[in-house]
Design a protein around this ligand. Structure first.
Ligand SMILES: Cc1cc2nc3c(=O)[nH]c(=O)nc-3n(C[C@H](O)[C@H](O)[C@H](O)COP(=O)(O)OP(=O)(O)OC[C@H]3O[C@@H](n4cnc5c(N)ncnc54)[C@H](O)[C@@H]3O)c2cc1C
Length: 659
């Protein structure tokens, strides 16, 4: 029988909760310059915004990242935009509507109160970023512009061309730099957290590796915040930056932090298809393209076969022979259905043989209609850098006219296919973003908090910045308030020495295996197992096979890995080996969770549980909970702990994007 935990959500109707809660908080006056230290691990949007805000509030912040500059955190990859309920388009948007769309988009598996709070602070984020000088796109009259993202029938996405993440990160970085200059934030670039140190049951510090010298260093503080991103790279091929890893989160999990909903992994429908087995990275084509691009495959199987054989091109297929399958299946949302729905629909068409490239694993994203309607200049203004990125990778420019049939111009369509993109699961946190280890907090993509079983487009940046600018800086004070009387612990404590010794011994172990296989070759194999058995369509049988194969491959890793070089100085292969060790733990966790959840919801699709139309079939009676996992040692099955979900403001129902 699984244990049940409480998320510490205060009682009361949802819209009141956050206000009530705020009123009861023991808020520390931000003007007081406190002598409290906080470690923030990560300088992506979540980490940089949190470090800057905590510094501004007077805390002494130690901020670490693995890149050579916070500006190179993975968050710069974000293209399409960030959501907020400003209702600038006067299209009926509201905080409630953003809250509702997010809960529905997450297939009713998110914690309702958290999502309400997120929607409530969404507008403040835009104001904050505008004040920092983030160059959001504007209308001709000067108002901030918006576009639409999946799962919403309003236009609430704020954007800066196709570089929204980069611009937001530059804004956060400028605030962070102010605090570095003021002496409140001490920045450690090229440092990697290898372990969290627990003293008397509380997180009191970390062990970090200086990636340039190879030396291990100890950091102590009154609280530790991890903002280290998601675990998408467990699948090897993903849209995530190459450096993304889950080592910090997995170490916290090993030290007792619960890991929540690991099986909720997002597969994004619009990525450039895999083109060979030498690839190490997949490229996202932003969801914003679905505002004007239409997704289709041929209606006739013989056309599909000709496309696969290369004897026909997409632009030779006339309008009447095209199947705009999303518009056909989901008339109300069309091409803007949520990502999980769009990805499954693409897979369904390709599985039926309608794929449009030589592997049969691609569909078209076509701008012919919108270019004919709006003109190429407008389309280039909106998506210019994305079209150029696509051309650089595929040598096809989607704005090039390719054919004319009955007076209608046809442009070269993009080819896209679903790929691993984002992880909704993450370290379990309560309403205050504190993990199950007191003093340890998790924010941004590395926590599980707001997206349920599927994240809506443009909501990750919203959540990361909500956590960093507006939630954590308040909630962490509830923990730190009684820490004011605690002295900062010394890094000479045996707990630090022991943690450091273990990290050091692990590096020796990996270096001394002296086998024959490179880290990448094993990681690639793990990725194949994950995609094949723990990917877009899962079955109990497949998951068991996947787990077995992962165990075998982990044994191979432990016995036949080759890591060149030494511990001293820069050793990227050693760092990758540490990451891969943790991807194994993560991959198994994803599979355990997927196996235990006998239902389909959002990004977790168990083929045994689907409706006649192939939609995800939830089982609210038995699975209306957050599945949290507690580590039980290497090779042992983790323990499941349940946090029951409670919905008060939203009626839980079957998701419908058809009408
Ligand atoms: C191609 C792409 C496009 C996207 N577009 C959008 C979009 O348009 N809108 C949207 O809302 N979302 C988008 N997303 C998702 C969004 O970008 C991410 O979810 C978000 O940026 C994550 O931010 P983060 O701060 O939580 O983590 P990250 O940006 O991943 O930052 C993690 C930080 O932790 C540090 N770190 C990691 N491990 C360690 C360690 N062990 N020790 C020390 N430091 C460590 C890293 O150095 C980094 O600074 C996109 C994602 C991708 C891949």
């Amino acid at each position: 029988m699984a244990k049940v935990i409480d998320s510490k959500i205060p009682a009361g109707p949802v819209p009141e909760k956050w206000k009530e809660y705020k009123a009861h908080q023991r808020l520390v006056n931000p003007k007081n310059k406190l002598k409290l230290d906080v470690i923030v691990v990560g300088t992506g949007l979540a980490g940089a915004s949190a470090a800057a805000s905590l510094g501004e509030m007077g805390f002494n912040v130690i901020n670490l990242c693995i890149q050579d500059s916070p500006r190179r955190a993975h968050s710069i990859a974000a293209q399409g935009g960030i959501n907020a309920a400003k209702c600038y388009q006067n299209d009926g948007d509201s905080i409630y509507r953003l809250f509702y769309d997010t809960v529905k988009g997450g297939d009713y598996r998110a914690r309702e109160a958290n999502v309400y709070r997120l929607a409530e602070v969404s507008n403040n984020i835009i104001d904050q970023c505008v004040a920092q000088g983030v160059p959001f796109a504007r209308e001709y009259g000067g108002m901030l512009a918006n576009r639409s993202f999946g799962g919403a029938q309003v236009s609430r996405t704020f954007y800066a061309k196709g570089q929204t993440g980069q611009q937001l990160l530059l804004g956060a970085y400028s605030s962070l730099s102010c605090q570095v200059q003021a002496g409140k934030v001490k920045l450690y670039t090229r440092y990697e957290m290898e372990d969290v140190v627990i003293v008397d049951g509380r997180a009191r510090g970390i062990i970090a590796k200086n990636l340039c010298t190879g030396k291990l260093e100890r950091f102590s503080a009154n609280a530790v915040v991890i903002a280290t991103g998601g675990y998408g790279n467990t699948y090897f091929l993903s849209t995530n930056a190459m450096g993304c890893n889950c080592t910090a989160a997995v170490q916290c999990y090993r030290k007792g932090a619960y890991f929540a909903n690991p099986s909720y992994v997002q597969i994004h429908p619009t990525c450039i298809p895999v083109h060979g087995d030498k690839q190490s990275k997949l490229t996202l084509m932003s969801e914003s393209l679905r505002n004007d691009g239409r997704i289709w495959v041929p209606k006739k199987i013989e056309d599909a076969k000709a496309l696969q054989a290369g004897t026909k091109q997409g632009w030779e297929i006339p309008e009447e022979d095209r199947d705009y399958y999303l518009e056909r299946r989901y008339p109300a949302f069309g091409n803007l259905v949520p990502r999980d729905v769009a990805s499954r629909a693409a897979k369904e068409r390709c599985d039926k043989g309608f794929g449009v490239n030589n592997t049969g694993l691609a569909v078209f994203l076509d701008f012919s209609e919108s270019i004919n309607r709006l003109g190429i200049d407008i389309i280039m203004q909106r998506y210019g850098n994305l079209f150029e990125m696509y051309e650089e990778i595929t040598d096809v420019f989607p704005g090039d006219v390719a054919n004319e049939i009955n007076g209608v111009k046809y442009y070269k369509p993009m080819m896209i296919y679903p790929a691993i993109h984002y992880t909704m699961g993450g370290i379990w946190v309560d309403y205050e973003l504190q993990t199950s280890i007191p003093g340890l907090f998790a924010i941004g993509e590395c926590n599980f908090s707001d997206h349920g079983a599927n994240r809506l487009g443009a909501s990750a940046l919203m959540q990361g910045l909500a956590d960093g600018y507006f939630v954590l800086p308040y909630t962490i004070q509830n923990y730190l308030a009684d820490q004011a009387v605690w002295p900062k612990v010394s890094t000479d404590l045996p707990e630090f020495a022991e943690a450091e010794k273990k990290v050091d011994a692990e590096m020796d172990r990996l270096l001394n295996i002296k086998g024959k296989r490179s880290v990448d070759s094993i990681h690639k194999e793990l990725g194949h197992i994950m995609w094949e058995y723990v990917g877009m369509g899962r079955t109990a049988e497949g998951l068991k096979t996947g787990l077995k194969k992962m165990h075998e491959l982990e044994k191979e890793f432990d016995e036949n890995l080759f890591v060149p070089g030494t511990k001293e100085g820069l050793n990227i292969e050693l760092d990758k080996a540490i990451h891969l060790r943790d991807f194994f733990t993560m991959g198994q966790l994803v599979a355990f969770d997927a196996l235990s959840r006998n239902e389909s919801c959002g990004g977790h699709f168990r083929e045994e549980y689907q409706t006649e139309e192939g939609e995800a079939k939830r089982d609210d009676e038995n699975y209306f909970y957050v599945g949290c996992w507690e580590y039980q040692g290497k090779g042992n099955e983790p323990t499941l702990i349940k946090e029951p979900l409670e919905y008060e403001a939203i009626k839980v129902q079957t998701r419908n994007y058809k009408n």
